[in-house]
Design a protein around this ligand. Structure first.
Ligand SMILES: O=C(O)c1ccccc1NCC(=O)[C@H](O)[C@H](O)COP(=O)(O)O
Length: 217
């Protein structure tokens, strides 16, 4: 087995977990980060009690990420007690993202005309930018890809690639974009909010194979 330099190992984030058994399966499959949706409009939404229950199952060194869409900051502050990283999916300005004083990432939906270098500069306080497909009125979890060639070869922030990834297309995505991390929700599900352990494991294997190809193993 090839051991990759840390910067070449594509990190994996599984998003939209709602069930304890899915948290356990995601960790077993080798996820680096788990996403919990705290936007009530989502089919994958958690309330604070459920977030606390799921968060407790996550072992050290797996990052717990909370997803928000134009949230009330009091909710963010309470939820942050159970989280390592905040992910903002709405139209939050940088000041909102940093208001709670915790590490954060900004999701950018790839609408026509989005100027990524300018966004990277505007959100320079972010730990990373998550690039996702754009569908009007849907803040995330569309299950749709976007044109990966729109992502510049170098950006001032690490890129987390999201949007319509699956065990079947993630290798192609990694070859095209060489992102810091990949993020998937619908592509590892049996139904919205119900993860499929077999698909999570297949996704992880596909990422590792793509990394081997990248390093010429
Ligand atoms: O998943 C949701 O329902 C959701 C709702 C509101 C904001 C964000 C949401 N999900 C965000 C994610 O991080 C997804 O993983 C990302 O959008 C990719 O989803 P998919 O295309 O299904 O892999």
């Amino acid at each position: 087995m090839t051991v990759l330099a840390p910067q070449l190992r594509t990190r994996i984030k599984f998003c939209g977990l709602t069930r304890p058994e899915d948290v356990d399966a995601a960790v077993a499959a080798g996820a680096d980060a788990l996403g919990f949706v705290l936007w009530p409009g989502s089919k994958r939404a958690l309330d604070e009690q459920r977030l606390a229950e799921l968060s407790e199952r996550v072992p050290a060194f797996v990052t717990r990420v909370g997803l928000f869409v134009d949230p009330n900051l009091a909710l963010v502050a309470r939820a942050a007690e159970h989280l390592d990283l905040l992910q903002f999916h709405g139209d939050e300005p940088p000041g909102t993202c940093m208001a709670v004083g915790r590490p954060w990432i900004k999701a950018l939906r790839m609408r026509d005309g989005l100027d990524l270098p300018a966004a990277a500069e505007a959100y320079r306080g972010a730990a990373a930018l998550l690039l996702d497909a754009y569908r009007p009125g849907v803040p995330g979890g569309t299950g749709e890809t976007f044109d990966w060639s729109r992502i510049p070869a170098s950006l001032a922030k690490p890129v987390i690639l999201a949007g319509g990834l699956t065990p079947d297309n993630v290798a192609e995505a990694i070859a095209a974009v060489a992102p810091f991390a990949v993020d998937v929700s619908g592509g590892i599900e049996a139904a919205p909010g119900v993860k499929d352990a077999t698909r999570m494991a297949a996704f992880q294997r596909a990422v590792r194979r793509a990394d081997d190809v990248r390093c010429g193993a």
